[in-house]
Design a binder for this molecule. Structure first.
Ligand code: GLN
Length: 486
């Protein structure tokens, strides 16, 4: 039973159905791994032993009664941005260090409804602002491939936990790359769905027009299973898409003959590590063997995406985070002199440096007199970027490039230089600005470390992304490689 943590979600479901192990045993197995390894990795900020074993017991009953679905009894971790009833939701911040939500986020409710067992809450950059997990109030999570390196961010705890086999699956959120970049750094598969495909209700808001939740797991097939349970219209989220959910599992088996893969020219220009480029070319060569055709596409305005994002995202965050004032939500300072003192001190004590930096930039960009020059301009750039993608999808069925210009960097390497940190999302951000779906999956390693292949789809084409990734994973073993010692 010692290799339970190596099994795919389908294998776990089959083992549970056949009575080879129970959900309680499976849950205990993962809790034991968390106790053994998470001291070094710091991938979880809360572990819910008791609740998990209760949920596992209930799942076992469902399995025995023949009422199990494909995810019933399988453990996972939730990024600590999702509200969980009765279990602390910190969003990686001292501001919410004592916050216990009275309700579950829709994503949490749906996965619990499918019978999944919550092992704990995953570490993350504070309010999902970061690319390395180093802005977390709880200290950085570490990359299991090399604990001196970052796991990426902001969903770094989720990625580290899945890569180290402390959980077979995790949830993440992606506002500018926060599912794909940590998936790339930790050698797992992560999907950011089309904006509106998965409900944002109960997910603590960072930048509402960009935020999107998605699955993180070791394979595309596992992500397809998770997304099937997570996706769908939610009347509690006004931007949720009112359209049926595709059959992601059935789509996995489609052959790739004649598939047009658009290689994004700009993603292979200066700034890309040459070994990273070679890894991407190897993946493209493999796709060709599977019947795909290579076409060159261009996203000429993608070079403006980081600049536009760092106006839009801070602007929206400054508005969303206004609610954490020590009165309605969040940390309250001790013995305030008056109301102004209460606001000022609660917010200066509650938020960390990166969050404060963003609130200041965002407030400035939205202020009267600057709104047109910054926010409105950034929204126009966003439209131009979306148009580039529209044209690219006239030539190609999906687009290919790296998820990140480099492999996982060292802890501390970029933390004192915000701009170099912001640039690590240079290949992921345009996708959020346009609202498109994209995934990152392991490509051939670079210098011994995981490299992420990014596939970008047209709107609501998650099924095709998962299909292509699955076919590639059937033909290769890149996604099966594990960090040593786990
Ligand atoms: N790294 C980007 C940022 O710091 C993206 C974060 C995210 O996707 N949540 O904003």
């Amino acid at each position: 039973m010692s290799d339970l943590h190596q099994k795919s979600l389908r294998e776990l479901a089959a083992g549970l159905a056949a009575g080879e192990f129970s959900s309680v045993e499976l849950t205990e197995h993962f809790l034991q791994r968390i106790r053994t390894f998470d001291h070094d990795l710091n991938s979880l900020v809360t572990v819910c032993d008791k609740e998990a074993l209760l949920q596992a017991g209930a799942a076992d009953e469902r399995i025995q009664k023949g009422e199990a679905g494909p995810l019933t009894g399988i453990p996972l971790v939730h990024k600590d941005i999702f509200c969980t009833k009765g279990v602390k939701t910190s969003c990686g911040s001292f501001m919410l260090d004592n916050f216990v939500s009275p309700y579950d986020a829709t994503v949490v409710e749906k996965l619990a409804g499918a019978g999944m067992v919550m092992l704990g809450k995953a570490n993350m950059d504070e309010f999902a602002m970061g690319s390395s997990n180093e802005t977390s109030y709880y200290g950085p999570a570490r990359n299991p491939w090399d604990t001196e390196r970052v796991p990426g961010g902001s969903s770094g705890g989720s990625a580290a936990a899945v890569a180290a086999r402390l959980a077979p699956a995790a949830t993440g959120t992606d506002t500018g790359g926060s599912i794909r970049q940590p998936a790339a750094f930790c050698g797992i598969t992560g999907l950011k769905p089309t904006y509106g495909r998965v409900s944002r209700w109960g997910m603590i808001a960072f930048a509402s027009s960009l935020d999107q939740a998605g699955p993180m797991a070791r394979s595309a097939e596992d992500c397809a299973l998770l997304l099937s349970a997570m996706a769908g219209f939610d009347e509690k989220d006004s931007t949720s898409a009112e359209r049926p959910v595709d059959d992601y599992l059935a789509a996995l088996e489609q052959p790739l003959d004649g598939l047009k893969v658009g290689v994004v020219k700009e993603f292979f220009e200066e700034g890309l590590d040459s070994e990273m480029a070679a890894s991407m070319e190897q993946a493209m060569a493999e796709l060709k063997k599977l019947g795909a055709e290579r076409v060159e596409v261009s996203l000429p305005h993608s070079k403006y995406s980081v600049a536009a994002y760092y106006v839009v995202a801070p602007a929206e965050c400054s508005s969303n985070l206004a609610r954490f004032d020590g009165v309605r939500f969040g940390h309250r300072c001790k013995d305030p002199k008056d109301l102004e003192d209460l606001y000022k001190r609660s917010r200066s004590e509650g938020f960390g440096a990166e969050v404060k930096r963003r609130i200041m930039i965002g407030t400035y960009a939205l202020s009267a007199g600057y709104y047109d020059a910054y926010y409105l301009k950034a929204q126009q750039v966003r439209q131009v970027i979306a148009d580039d993608f529209r044209k690219a999808f006239e030539q190609a069925d999906l687009l290919l490039g790296p998820a990140s210009p480099e492999t996982a960097f060292r802890l501390g390497e970029k933390s004192s230089d915000p701009v170099s940190m912001y640039l690590s999302d240079i290949y992921t951000i345009a996708v959020n600005l346009a609202g498109l779906p994209a995934l990152s999956m392991p490509a051939p390693r670079v210098g011994g470390l995981p490299a992420g292949l990014q596939l970008i789809g047209n709107y609501f084409d998650e099924a095709r992304l998962l299909n292509v990734a699955h076919q590639l994973q059937r033909a290769t073993d890149w996604h099966l490689q594990a960090p040593e010692g786990y």
